[in-house]
Design a protein around this ligand. Sequence first.
Ligand code: FDA
Length: 299
Amino acid sequence: MSLFDWLIVHGLPIVPKPIVRRVASRYVAGETLDAALATVEKLAAEGAMATLDLLGEEVRDSGRAETNTEAYEAMLAAIAQRGLTANVSLKLSALGLKVDEELCRGNLERILAAARQHGNFVRIDMEDASSTEATLHIYRDLQARHSNVGVVLQAYLRRTLPDIDALPRVGANVRICKGIYIERRAVAYKAYETVRLNYLRALEKLLARGVYVGIATHDDHLICGALALVDRLRVPRERYEFQMLLGVEPELRRVLLAAGHRLRVYVPYGRDWYPYSVRRLRENPKIARHVARAMFTGS
Ligand code: FDA
């Protein structure tokens, strides 16, 4: 990362919000469910599936957790009503995990029931390492009673390979990603190549165990490795899908779709767009150029 990029990444908190919003607009479908559904329709025209995420994590009160739960119930009903090929992704902290674990579990059960009613599926996103244990515990518990739930594992975590051993024997459904939060070295691999190595080891282990895998990455090195693995292990195409984020590497997305792979795009929306946008901007290799252009030219 150049010095200029580094300065922009670390200076993001003081970049005016309207500028962050403009530069980050490619990563967020809009503020409303209607805007998100319109994006899902555009993706469907390309041949891509979607997963909808309501932005807004880490709620501190049960009222907000209730509002989020109702929003997910409405989302699932709207997806069914429009006949879209989309499921939902959610963060347990948005359902009250940090307020009360039982409250969170109850809210998730309601969303799972709504999803089942509409023949749909719910993916539990993985948050920072302070939530990993509780998230996997809740996942394992609910997966025993609901077949329409999946979880996420992060390749940067040292615990991920053992966590694969503890997945349910039947019907596990896992998205594997590198991991986005800033973690301590005690719990996470820090070097780029080591995370890549662990990603491919985890993916191989998941595929070999017969787990349905969402291969979430825009890293061509990992996509190349994943394609080699599904070929070597003779994994049928209906046992995995590629997953990418809205606004990231659309060309790569089209390459995989053209080759006949299933591919799902993560479509976040909502009024709480700021923290998600900052995380995405920090990952953007051209961040400095984009932010500088928006600051100085208004485009
Ligand atoms: P990497 O970051 O190395 O990116 C590879 C290439 O992609 C870059 O060189 C660049 O060209 C391009 N790129 C990546 N990000 C970009 C950006 N923002 N803007 C422009 N170009 C970009 N994490 C987590 O901790 N918990 C979770 O639940 C999820 N869920 C999730 C779902 C899905 C569908 C995806 C794709 C990712 C996640 N993540 C996540 C995020 C994930 O952990 C990771 O941070 C990002 O996917 C970036 O990692 P890559 O594997 O793409 O590699």
